[in-house]
Design a binder for this molecule. Sequence first.
Ligand code: FHN
Length: 419
Amino acid sequence: MKHFGDGRDWFFENRYGMFIHWGIYSINGWHEQVQWRRRIPKAEYVKRVAQFNPVKYDPDSWMRLTKESGMDYVIFTTKHHDGFCMWDTKETDYNVTSTPYRRDILAMLTKSCRKYGIKLCLYYSCPDWHHPNSINQGGDHELPKQNPGDEPDIGKYIAYVKRQASELCSNYGRIYGFFWDIPPRVKDPSINKMLRKLQPGIMINDRGYDKGDYDTPERKVPAGGEFKRPTEACQSVGEQSWGYRKDEDYFSSSFLMQGIAKIMAMGGNYVLNVGPKPDGMIPSEGIRILKEIGKWYVRVKPGITAEPATRYLDHENFMLTRDGNTIYVICHKELPSSGITLPPITIMPERAVLLNNGKKLPVKLEVTPRYYRSVPFVHIQGIPLELSASEPLVIRLDFKKLSEKILDEMPARAKSMDY
Ligand code: FHN
């Protein structure tokens, strides 16, 4: 993946992050969009301000979990579609300092990020279901109609957004990324230009007022072997919601690991979301999943975060990454058998090691009947199938010498060996 050659390149060295959706919507324990989806009138919804008092909020514990999960950065929802602000903004009283909790949640999180060396990125929703000038006329993620007393004015609303974005990028130290959400009705490149001036190394996504620096596939794993533009995939630990949900349908760790392995082998970043409860605690199921994935991730990380190399492989079930004279075989899906053959690789590696448990695997060059060809390809055997059923496997192949040229010539070499 082509780097920028400036402060944004942190993005390519820090590939795994925690997404955190937290706001007054957590009080319902249903979904972060409860106001809109359950048609709660604004006058009723704002009563949650007086109920929000996260007495168990402990951002240090969040950061310890982030590190234990092998994650390098966090993305925090400063303002979701409901318009409620989780920082001490001067632009509206509809913010966390108006709650019984009173304290600046974002300032506390910023301090913990700095203490634990976790990079801080900020999420900000373009749609706003509270601000009187915001457009709510049935557009993408807008309320079906304006609230009583609204004075819809797109120019005034964008000016508000600019002032808030300026606050967020001026008052909380280094901000590594800005995650705009739900592309707005109008484009305005001056906004991201302002962010870059305030935060020179900031990475900005593709959902804001211009196309930004990186793409954001959501809750899906795109087809293909390699991303062409910087990319950060996002997913939540639960299928139904990003914000806290009392009876969430949680994903299996194995399912999430498969997505992480493929996205990263394609050269992308991955952020996995949790939705803290109204008291500030991350749900125990979310903690369990993050820790389970973290144990796997720290073992296979060298393989899934190496340079994408699937283009050299002639096999649809595996992916390849490369680091110098080492190739990693990413088995992002459960293996059907205990052996794998790797056309068109016809060079014998010095060793094969399963990163998941550190054990060597038998490897040879041989003609295998499965391929009806007489070419001796790399053939790895003795792969523990029961392990493959619970987590994606990553096999390291160390070669004496490997180069772009050798890899490029591999298909022709294999063809020349066929009879
Ligand atoms: O509508 C939001 C949704 O609530 C959530 O915040 C996700 C996270 O990326 N973004 C939007 C849906 O794409």
